[in-house]
Design a protein. Structure first.
Length: 279
């Protein structure tokens, strides 16, 4: 099992395969009560184009904060972030975001929900309608375009939210515990669906999860975070064959990766701070 540790001497150099660079990124913020929270500290990381990278760690360790900084929703307190060699200084148009809850508008049909990014960008819906219909077909929702969210299961609603995030063909997808609210069987199904979509679309995916099993199953690399303030404990490269099937979780090599990540979290105290061993 090959393990790749983070390097404190990281330099923000753009190479031919890297798309995203975190260079010493830290984040502090103040709560409503005025307390200062040190959420993220000295994160340096490079992410390749087309890579599937998961981030695991305890609650409050800065996993979601990393995605928000990358999306331009919030800014870093210290350090720099680059996409394709250019510093991130605000909201990014080439990024799609999927949250834990689908956040669909109940008064819109499935198709209208998928087309919301067109409305936000003031692009005539007709120009992206064919793209929306193709995406619905890709995720197995062909024929559901005129349904409403309350007519769909939780897994189907989340697939609609994935289509919405993919509508403008973003180079980067940020997924913040997108399947955390689903039951175990639906979650397994959605994991396999996501792998199929990723292989078809070739996006770069940053995937936040509390599940070690989910992270190992999906990823090229798993970033293991410490308790707050979040630092990278280790980067674990997952050298398991693709395409992957659910049966892989029963293999000895899969168990080795999961146990290694679990031990990292255990030694850091993260398992007692909200990180789950599996899901």
């Amino acid at each position: 099992m090959q393990l790749v540790k983070s390097s404190p001497s990281f330099e923000p150099k753009v190479d031919g395969n890297a798309l995203i660079h975190f260079d010493g990124v830290a984040k502090r913020y103040r709560t409503v009560s005025g307390d200062s929270v040190h959420a993220l500290d000295e994160v340096s990381l490079s992410i390749g184009s087309g890579e599937f990278l998961s981030i695991v760690g305890p609650s409050g360790c800065g996993k979601s904060t990393m995605l928000k900084i990358l999306a331009g929703i919030t800014s870093a307190s210290r350090g720099s972030l680059y996409i394709d060699g250019k510093p991130v200084s605000g909201p990014q148009q080439n990024i799609g975001v999927v949250f834990q809850e689908p956040t669909l508008l109940p008064w819109h049909t499935v198709l209208r929900n998928v087309l919301i990014p067109a409305d936000v960008a003031r692009i005539p819906r007709i120009r992206l309608r064919d793209r929306a219909m193709q995406l619905l077909k890709l995720v197995g929702l062909e024929g559901f375009h005129d349904r409403y969210p309350n007519e769909l299961s939780g897994g189907m609603q989340q697939r609609v939210s994935i289509c919405r995030a993919l509508l403008r063909d973003p180079a980067i997808m940020l997924m913040d515990e997108p399947f955390g609210a689903l039951d175990a069987l639906t979650r397994d199904h959605m994991n396999m669906e996501l792998l199929r979509i990723w292989q078809a679309q070739h996006n770069t995916i940053l995937f936040v999860t509390h599940s070690i099993t989910e992270a190992v199953l999906l990823s090229d690399r798993v970033i293991v975070m410490s308790p707050r303030p979040g630092r990278i404990l280790e980067e674990v490269r997952i050298n398991l064959p693709r395409p992957r099937q659910l049966s892989l979780v029963n293999s000895a090599s899969f168990g080795d990766y999961a146990n290694h990540i679990r031990n990292l979290l255990d030694r850091s105290g993260a398992l007692f701070s909200g990180a789950e061993e599996s899901s």
